[in-house]
Ligand binder design. Sequence first.
Ligand code: SF4
Length: 279
Amino acid sequence: MLSLLDERICETNTKWRVQLDDGCAVEAVLYRQDSLCISSQVGCAVGCPFCASGAHGFGRQLSADELIAQVVAVRERGRSVARVTVSGVGEPLHNHDNVARCLAWCRSEGLGMSLTTSGGPLDRLRAWMRLPHRGLTISVHAGTEAARARMVPRGPKLAPLFDTLGEELRTLSGARKRKIAAAYLIIEGVNDTEEEVDAFIDLVRPLDVKVHVYSHNAVPTSELHGVSEDRYRALAGRVRAAGMNVRMSSLARTQPNGGCGTLVALRGPRARPRLGAPA
Ligand code: SF4
């Protein structure tokens, strides 16, 4: 089914190449010894310009068995997995049925499962907001449609996305609502102005959800880069000062072997280059 190769350990993370039977490969990362990030597709069609995962477009869906096998393979290495997040290579809502099967399997194993999505298709976002996940993070990354189009080119526009979020959140219990978060990854020259961040605050504040403000991890497939640490802290502080519940990038999420947007995919047949090497 698949094998884990090229184990790379760095501070809090262990990353593997997930070699698939047809020669394609993706990556999986174990964060802090017990949180496993798995991939849902070979490549990604959304095309976020800061992200290595979709730099070469979409290859194919991972089957439900391939999603589950990533967890099984890590356990077979003697590593414990307490929770699973579908936040690696791929847009999980573009592979809805298989990711939903993986969620059912995780629950049968007593594992909580979370996911990160660019938000589309919106009917699937509605469905996922009601499913028994342990966390759904929506990658917003903008306050205006212009910045959204640059950051998440083939994700839903902000207006329909926030209409959908507003409608669905009204139907959720407080406990389920607390599992939803909006993410803002800061990229210099794209979405790093006070005006852009304020527009994001205006969109998100009425939803009363958590906000993740991420710093950027450099990837060899993109010339985009993040802002200085001081600027990052200042912009995250601006969101917090607006009364929002803000989480910043953890150490695990800024490591070179597993930071947001750093996981890569290779298409078959029998791709040989080391993942993470410059394209
Ligand atoms: S950030 Fe997520 S949605 Fe965007 S290209 Fe990367 S994997 Fe796809």
